[in-house]
Each structure stands twice: as C-alpha cells, then as structure tokens.
Design a binder for this molecule. Structure first.
Ligand code: ZN
Length: 143
C-alpha cells in the first residue's frame, strides 16, 4: 500500500491537498455514499470523471450531480495476474451503465462477486470503501 502503483490504480485524482484540488468535493460526496460528477451550468454537459472546466464550452461554472447509485454491467474483465498487493484476487473491472437522471457509462471495479457469477446486464449498486489514510474509493457490487 502507499506505493505509486496503488495510487495510480485507485485514485481518479490526487486527493492529498485540498487547496490544489478543485475536485476535493468528489471525495466528500463519496464519504456520504454519493457518487457524483460535474454538470456544466452553462451548457448542461455532464461528463465522467468530474472536471474543473467544462470540456464543451470551457465554463468553470459547474455543479455536482449525483450518479447511480444503481446500474447494470455492460462488459467486464477479470484480471488474474498483475494484481497489486493488498487487493483481493482476481480484480474484476467493468463498464457500468448507470441509472438515474444523468445516465453515464463508467469504468469501475466490481466487488463481492466471483467470476462465475458475472453476467453482462447484471444489476449492480454503488459500494463505497475505505482505503488507507482515511480515504475512500468506490466499486460496484451485485444488487
Ligand atoms: Zn459547458
């Protein structure tokens, strides 16, 4: 834990420094069991992952909107080798098509499921997990 690889695998953004991270709010929301991203107040664009500037119109006037928390698995991959130390094996990654008013498809880990239980189209729900140094990350688990 705590090596560069772990950080690169699990963190969407560096989250050590509040003053240098406009996306700090993402993790605050996650700690409250809410998966969120940014929506542009100017043009309405919703993108994943969250942005500090709208990629469509370059506005910095963005608001946080909640995603999911449920969705369905579009495709998945099972990673048996090269799993970083400290992670359960195998690592399962999936594209999850989120429900809700801002439907997006995002890449995420799946947990609490074994490879033989995996099915395309299976229903999943957000799971927020604590990781070292009082951080949080998220995955999806079967409903
Ligand atoms: Zn915009």
């Amino acid at each position: 834990m705590g090596n560069g690889r772990y950080t690169a695998t699990m963190d969407l953004f560096p989250q050590e420094d509040r003053d240098h991270n406009k996306l700090y709010q993402f993790y605050e929301n996650l700690k409250n069991n809410k998966l969120t991203t940014t929506k542009c107040k100017e043009c309405g664009t919703v993108k994943w992952p969250p942005r500090s500037v709208c990629p469509e119109c370059t506005s910095e006037d963005l608001e946080w909107v909640e995603l999911g928390p449920t969705g369905k698995v579009e495709i998945f991959t099972v990673e048996e080798v090269g799993v970083p130390e400290g992670f359960e094996r195998p690592l399962i990654h999936a594209l999850v098509e989120l429900d809700g008013p801002s439907p997006l498809t995002i890449f995420s880990r799946l947990v609490d499921v074994t490879p033989d239980q995996l099915k395309e189209g299976m229903r999943v729900v957000l799971k927020v997990m604590e990781i070292p140094r009082e951080r949080v990350t998220f995955a999806f688990k079967p409903v």
